[in-house]
Design a binder for this molecule. Sequence first.
Ligand code: PGA
Length: 243
Amino acid sequence: MRQLIAGNWKMHGRLADIPAYAAALRAASAHTDLLICPPFTLIERLAAALAGAGVGVGGQDCHGAAQGAHTGDVAAAMLAEAGASFVILGHSERRHDHGETSATVAGKAQAAIAAGLTPIICVGETEAERDAGEAEHVVRSQLAHSLPAGFAGVIAYEPVWAIGTGRTPTEADVVAMHGAIRAALVEKLGEAGKGLRILYGGSVKPGNAASLLSLPEVGGALVGGASLKAEDLLAIAAAAPRG
Ligand code: PGA
């Protein structure tokens, strides 16, 4: 399967950035799938600018309900209507800043799937949890509770301490965690768990992408800071193995 290189713009990006960014992606011919997840307000404009380019657009969160009195929230069907085909769920910044639990994330994933979106569920341990030898246990527990029954989507392993810090786990640690995630997916989903993509995220840059993306069970990357420059995102995609 082709790798998925997904850009998470977080709370960055303005309307004025879209033409040049979209033009750079249009001019490139990546051998991976590409996905850009901008803030809600830019989804429709980015999707229009990328129409026909084979690049996906996604949201960074959605609510677990189809509609209702939820001030400030966005429903999955609204994202789909704006042109999104994916949605990032349970990012550590959502879990930390907004108190999202794995149960909340599972509800959101169910809503996303019902609206025809592919959820990207984020999991990952804090530094204290890794130091305590709890990393695998924490990630397994997040997976057990964040994935609704019959889950079909993407998993992103993002160690919290590697996000935005320039630090990455050792290759051995990435291999061990991705292997554990694969085992947990197969335990939970059976045969279907074998084919789901598991992305690595946390300080992925053009300079470290080739080694991270070549590791077993790494099916792509979730890229924050480096996705703000189209050239950097494309350099990361270019470093992915052909599959
Ligand atoms: P980073 O963020 O690439 O800036 O570390 C990754 C993420 O939070 O998805």
